[in-house]
Design a protein around this ligand. Structure first.
Ligand code: PLP
Length: 490
């Protein structure tokens, strides 16, 4: 392109100028092939990430040492990198890997589907795959949570949840209650009820919402009583991005009662905590209540595909989209209910029960909490709190920004003002570098490490993780900080 003289406004002229070249055929540009992509060096990956994906994100990957890993394969609980090093995955794609990496049954269902030349796009015809997945989800979901919308991401499922709830609540009740420290996605509708200043940036968002502290039933009651235009309540059942935060079963029962009393539609976001992670298929089942609308994503894709679902009670759905005049408002997007993603999810749901993964999440989660609580007792100056349910566990470190020896403070603060005072970044980086173990962080509470291993996790993996953490914490804070600083130099 003739830079310097060409602007967006010149485009029609550019088409006209390029057009004659078509007579000789369209030359293939210099494209990278699949095999070249697989064989790409870490240096080339870094350059391309910087040039075409997200230069700023590379900065954080470097701080955590994530930029030194090229994953060559992944199986079960482990990644394998370019040096044959096996990395234990306690990050689990923020809860996207219930079945672990490349579960053999999921792989073979997908291969068979491909070998049979099954179709993917199902916009024109009815899809047996989408129909079966919707039926399975309705069978698993309690009560009359029967109507399913299929999408490709958690944000999309939550957008669908907001829309069905808004229409069912009706035009006179447009206001939405949501929680402090919530995370529901980054598309603009759900971003409006996501409580992260970083993610919200300076976007123009919906303002028909009311924020309450998470788990505070009085705040919800007061909001409902004060404002009769409130029609929808949206809450994660366990807050993930907020740092693994739970509310009591009693809170959820009161939420149900208050929503019934005031005719408010309750949307339970189960994108991260659902799919068996908490030790029940849906985390709200621990409280014995059923919301009006819920959403799943992440592990619903079996770790191999992008699949998400919004599930609504039948009466809520019918109120919103039940007639043929309104049906197309809600019809799914191009990739909603796409074939291979549906059969991947169907196989995953079957595996979940065949392999008792939900119960396993409860059992291993309890063991993980028990061992972490023992570490908390051993290192009270380092670990502040251990919490969670099933295999959705938060480990909160003491904020040591004020207790760090004076000599180390300037060194740490020049590294990055996000990690300053946050042990979790240092510990996560060293767990990866020295103990081949991957954990996740949270944007809202930088002192928390999130542990969301696959639900196929066994006792030996919990031991491997906790032993590694124990060995690392045994170094003491000062050495941990020094070792982290060293990792940035080395
Ligand atoms: C509770 C919750 N809701 C919604 C989302 C958005 O999902 P996605 O990233 O697939 O759009 C997430 C993602 O982390 C989430 O944790």
């Amino acid at each position: 392109m003739n830079q310097g003289t060409t602007t967006m406004l010149d485009q029609p002229a550019r088409v006209a100028i390029d057009a004659p070249a078509l007579a000789g055929g369209i030359a293939k540009p210099d494209l990278i092939t699949v095999e070249q992509a697989k064989a790409m060096s870490l240096a080339d990956m870094t350059t391309l990430f910087k040039d075409h994906l997200n230069p700023g994100q590379l900065h954080f990957m470097k701080l955590l040492g994530f930029n030194k890993v090229k994953v060559e394969s992944a199986e079960g609980m482990y990644y394998t990198d370019q040096n044959g090093r096996k990395i234990l995955d306690f990050f689990g794609g923020f809860g996207s890997l219930a079945f672990g990496h490349n579960h053999p049954r999921i792989l073979s269902a997908r291969k068979k589907f491909q070998d049979e030349n099954r179709h993917e796009i199902a916009i024109a015809f009815l899809s047996q795959y989408a129909a079966a997945l919707a039926k399975n989800l309705a069978t698993i979901a309690p009560g009359d949570l029967d109507m399913v919308f299929l999408g490709s991401s958690g944000s999309e499922a939550m957008e669908a949840a907001l829309k069905v709830a808004e229409r069912a609540a009706g035009p006179k009740r447009p206001r939405i209650v949501y929680a402090e420290n919530s995370f529901h996605g980054k598309t603009k509708g759900v971003l409006s009820i996501t409580d992260g200043p970083l993610y919200r940036g300076e976007f123009k968002l919906l303002d028909n919402n009311v924020k309450v502290p998470f788990g505070d039933i009085d705040a919800i009651r007061n909001a409902f009583e004060r404002d009769p235009t409130i029609g929808v309540l949206v809450l994660e059942t366990i807050q993930g991005g907020g740092g693994i935060v739970q509310a009591s079963p009693e809170f959820w029962r009161e939420v149900r009662a208050l929503c019934d009393k005031h005719g408010v539609i309750w949307v339970a976001d189960e994108v991260q905590c659902g799919m068996g992670r908490s030790g029940r298929f849906f985390a709200f089942e621990h409280a014995g209540v059923v919301p009006d609308v819920t959403a799943l994503a992440k592990s619903l894709g079996g770790g191999k595909s992008a699949m998400a679902a919004m599930i609504a009670r039948r009466d809520v759905y019918m109120k919103a989209y039940g007639t043929k005049n309104t049906a197309m408002i809600h019809a799914h997007a191009t990739f909603g209910g796409i074939g291979e993603a549906c059969i991947t999810a169907i196989e995953g749901l079957n595996i979940m029960y065949d392999e008792d993964l939900i119960e396993n999440a409860a059992v291993q989660g309890e063991y993980l909490l028990e061992r972490l609580n023992a570490l908390k007792a051993k290192y009270p100056k380092i670990i502040k709190d251990v919490r969670g349910q099933g295999l959705m566990v938060g480990l909160e470190f003491q904020d040591f920004s004020q207790t760090l020896p004076m000599v180390l403070r300037p060194v740490v603060s020049v590294l990055d003002d996000k990690l300053k005072g946050s042990l979790s970044g240092f510990i996560g980086a060293l767990l990866l570098r020295d103990y081949d173990t991957l954990v996740a962080f949270t944007e809202y509470n930088r002192n928390v490490i999130r542990l969301e291993p696959p639900l196929i996790c066994e006792r030996q993996h919990v031991d491997q993780f906790v032993d590694a953490l124990d060995a690392l914490l045994g170094r003491g804070i000062i050495r941990i900080v020094k070792d982290f600083v060293g990792s940035q130099i080395g």
